[in-house]
Design a protein around this ligand. Structure first.
Ligand SMILES: Nc1ncnc2c1ncn2[C@@H]1O[C@H](COP(=O)(O)OP(=O)(O)OP(=O)(O)O)[C@@H](O)[C@H]1O
Length: 448
């Protein structure tokens, strides 16, 4: 069976494409073939319904060819290996179009465009400068130096610039590569005694873009060569764009004259993301995932929860959302707050901001001008009960405590009371703008 299914999978991947294959076919197994009926084991009912509706004909045709005769398919839901399967649906990198200089330039990721780049306060200057360079025209600042911490969008902006320039000026020679590639090319040229060709190649480009320039710090001959290349291009009025993980002045073991050259143009910083930017990015990525996983429902409050709890960097945020969609799709369930906490427990733990339930209760009580003791007391009047529910909601959102634990901290209330409170606020949030604003404010105060 394994051999037949192995061959069938290869053929199916060609027919349906890598992404659909990873999402829909990869988790399936061929359990057996009896009297022309193939039994396909699916980890969830959702998956079996979807596959039988959309891929039955393809599967039947392929199985008939490689393991035939097969006239019918029978989909059975069998216990899944969820985590493994969830891991396997990571979207494959798309084949990337290459920039003008096929031989030298690094491949550009087609997802990294200006359209897909979400702009907020922390990155608006970097974005504006990148756009300006991408528009072409007279070189006003040279180089453009973009820097910022891990996963904040430097490479994304670099690729977007390269693509945009290529689209606007197809004749321009845009050379985009990492500083590491620059060094390897240079070392290779030294070894092959083709340094003159190397120099010539670099010096004839229209736009040079070098990612992660901090890599060449401490590598003397590479720095020297980079410095000459840089100067020649600047003298010729060619645009240079550089990225690094820190400001030029802070790159250790980089020659002073290079540092000062790197600071000659415009140096812009991609700041760590704030809540609004993270939420914007999550909304934009969700639109993409919805196309990939049609029909999946996302409960209100989940994106806000992620934007609050995952603050490390955009790459982690994106990975978390991707895992969530894949998991929900395999389980055939709506993405709820509970599922999010279960599925992303490791990421959430790593990002835990350590806000305590007591702090939440104190802040909420102060904000609504009620006594702290009312948080745990029995009063049911709305002026007390509503703030208490808000504190329950924030405790669920901002800590990794379970519902029973939260219940204990709210005067020994049952976990179903906490669940009711959390749901109530989730509902009210979408309907009541001023309540939603209050909650956001409280969150910000607690995070500060
Ligand atoms: N503002 C944004 N809008 C949309 N996606 C973003 C944004 N910022 C970052 N990303 C996404 O986050 C991921 C990481 O970004 P990128 O690779 O550009 O980071 P980086 O700053 O180059 O990090 P590193 O220092 O690790 O190279 C990418 O998938 C990118 O598309």
């Amino acid at each position: 069976m394994d051999k037949i299914w192995g061959q069938a999978r290869e053929e199916l991947q060609k027919i349906v494409g890598a992404d659909s294959f990873a999402t829909w076919i990869e988790p399936l197994r061929l359990a057996g073939v009896t009297d022309g009926t193939a039994v396909i084991a699916c980890p969830t009912r959702f998956l079996s319904d979807w596959v039988s509706r959309h891929y039955s004909d393809d599967i039947l045709k392929v199985l008939d060819r490689v393991g035939g005769p097969v006239h019918r398919l029978n989909f059975e839901t069998r216990s899944p290996v969820i985590r493994q399967a969830a891991n396997s649906v990571e979207p494959r990198p798309q084949p990337a179009p290459r920039a003008v200089d096929e031989e030298l330039t690094a491949p550009l990721d087609q997802r990294f465009t200006f359209d897909n780049f979400v702009v907020g306060k922390p990155n608006e200057l970097a974005h504006a400068a990148a756009r300006r360079v991408a528009e072409g025209g007279p070189v006003t600042f040279n180089p453009l130096f973009l820097y910022g911490g891990v996963g904040l969008g430097k490479t994304h902006l670099m690729h977007a610039i390269a693509r945009e320039i290529q689209a606007r000026q197809p004749e321009a020679r845009v050379l985009y590569l990492s500083a590491e590639q620059f060094m390897y090319r240079f070392v290779q040229a030294l070894r092959d005694r083709t340094v003159m060709d190397f120099k010539e190649l670099f010096r004839t480009v229209s736009v040079l873009m070098v990612d992660d320039v901090q890599f060449i710090a401490g590598k003397d001959s590479t720095q020297e060569e980079f410095f000459h290349t840089f100067n020649t291009l600047v003298d010729q009025g060619k645009q240079i764009v550089i990225s690094a993980d820190r400001a030029p002045g802070e790159i250790k073991d980089m020659e002073e004259r290079i540092k000062s050259r790197l600071q000659c143009g415009l140096v812009v910083d991609l700041h760590p993301t704030d809540y609004e930017l993270r939420l914007g990015i999550l909304q934009s990525k969700t639109d993409v995932f919805r196309l990939q996983y049609p029909g999946l429902q996302l409960a209100p409050g989940v994106l806000e929860f992620l934007a609050h709890r995952i603050t490390s960097n955009v790459r982690v945020l994106e990975g978390a959302l991707q895992r969530l969609f894949a998991f929900a799709s395999l389980m055939g369930r709506e993405i709820t707050l509970d599922m999010t906490q279960e599925c992303l427990a490791d990421i959430l733990r790593a990002n835990d901001r350590k806000v305590s339930i007591e702090e939440i209760q104190r802040k909420v009580a102060e904000h609504y001008n009620i006594r702290l003791s009312d948080m745990i007391g029995p009063k049911r009047v709305r002026t007390v009960a509503r703030p208490r529910q808000i504190a329950m909601y924030l405790s669920k959102q901002m800590t990794s405590r379970s519902l029973p634990e939260i219940g204990r901290r709210f005067g020994g209330r049952d976990h179903t009371t906490i669940m009711h409170g959390v749901r109530k606020i989730e509902e009210l949030r979408s309907a009541d703008r001023s309540l939603a604003e209050d909650i956001d404010l409280l969150r910000r105060l607690l995070e500060a």
